[in-house]
Design a protein around this ligand. Structure first.
Ligand code: ADP
Ligand code: MG
Length: 366
């Protein structure tokens, strides 16, 4: 089922007086059928509100929502056929796992009413899908956090929803379980082909499991695309900074005479950009160790991480306290020196307008 959001806007009255809070601002997007979309952004950017608008828990201030060709904008949540999973699993503690999963089916009325047998069958199938079938007779407290979240996912799936909505479903899990459970969610989504919206503030999580990501800031969509494309072609400084670990290194810079300058060093020869002040963003993997390179940084530390080496440096024009560059461990850094020099990879080096912070396309000059 494809989902269409059309100029979707949600305003909340400001409790402290003053202007309304625009939690979601003119969001237009067509979520393709059967895909997993990662909705990503810092806390308070409007992710949950967007999800709640899709589920019907919140009503839109303006704009439209379609499921397929049906306008569902004014449809109550129970008629939308959505499955919801939240950060807190909210399982019934006195019920067994099986009873928890079956619970949504008990409410089916009239011609949709299911026999007990049918309910058990469907709940068992859902439990199988999330691999908790052996625990059907346990109580939630007898399971780990990851297993409990799987019960919550099974409970959302048992109604065979047209759309699955997950709001930070992994936030309560420890790091290892988070990794494992996110792969599970990906697998379940592939197997069921349910159009899924996955909300997270964790860029790595969103990048790793989504077909497409939507990056939001203050209620406004910044960029939509395949994770790798958004990483490779960020539209602005915010998106560039939000994606990537370690994060992109940002410097004060300028373009003069077809060269990018950081301080008084011309670090890259380019064309197609007029002289202006810019922010220069360099991904950690964009540095090449080169004793004749044009870019000099002050050497701080070298951290060996097995496959890679992280060279930690400083620069007076850097907007971050320490610059992190990742180079192959085969390259040896002379740690007796006070400085280290780099050549920059152009496709890992971005420039942004100093005022608008929008990405400025450039060509490399040979
Ligand atoms: P996120 O899920 O990205 O952290 P939310 O969608 O929860 O963000 O919130 C977006 C903005 O809307 C925030 O500024 C938040 O304070 C505000 N907001 C959310 N729900 C309400 C509400 N019921 N009443 C007033 N403001 C709200
Ligand atoms: Mg939220």
């Amino acid at each position: 089922m494809k989902i269409v959001l059309q100029n979707l806007t949600k305003k909340f009255p400001n409790r402290d007086g003053g202007e309304d809070v625009v939690a979601v601002n003119d969001f237009t997007f067509e979520i393709p059928d059967g895909k997993l979309i990662g909705l990503l952004g810092p806390s308070g950017c409007g992710k949950s509100t967007t999800l709640n608008l899709i589920s019907g828990l919140e009503t839109a201030s303006s704009g439209k929502i379609y499921f397929g060709d049906n306008d569902v904008t004014d449809l109550p949540p129970e008629n939308r056929g959505v499955g919801l999973v939240f950060q807190s699993y909210a399982l019934y503690p006195h019920m067994t796992v099986l009873q928890n999963i079956m619970f949504p089916l008990e409410n089916f009325k009239g011609k949709d009413k299911l026999s007990k047998e049918e309910m058990v069958k469907r709940a068992t199938e859902a439990a199988k899908l999330v691999q908790i079938e052996p625990f059907l007779n346990r109580k939630p407290r007898e399971m780990s956090g990851g297993q409990q979240q799987r019960v919550a996912i099974a409970r959302a799936l048992v109604k065979m929803p047209r759309v699955l909505l997950l709001d930070e479903p992994l936030s309560n899990l420890d790091a290892r379980l988070r990794l494992q459970t996110r792969e599970e969610i990906r697998r379940i989504q592939r197997e069921t082909n349910i159009t899924t919206v996955f909300v997270t503030h964790d860029q790595e999580e969103a990048m790793s499991i989504s077909d497409m990501i939507v990056v939001m800031k203050l209620g406004i969509v910044q960029q939509i695309g395949k994770p790798q494309d958004v990483y490779d072609y960020p539209v602005n400084l915010f998106v560039a900074k939000f994606l990537g670990t370690p994060p992109i290194n940002v410097f004060e810079g300028k373009v003069r005479n077809n060269q990018i300058f950081i301080g008084d060093e011309a670090v890259l020869d380019i064309e197609g950009v007029e002289d202006k002040d810019v922010f220069v963003g360099i991904r950690p993997e964009g540095f090449i160790l080169d004793e004749n390179g044009p870019f000099t940084c002050k050497l701080n530390a070298v951290e060996v991480m097995g496959r890679d080496t992280s060279v930690v440096t400083t620069h007076e024009k850097a907007l971050v306290d320490s610059i992190r560059s990742i180079i192959s461990a085969e390259n040896k850094v002379d740690t007796t020196k006070e400085t280290v020099r780099f050549t920059l990879k152009p496709h890992k080096t971005f420039i942004f307008d100093h005022e608008t912070e929008e990405s400025i396309p450039y060509k490399v000059r040979k």
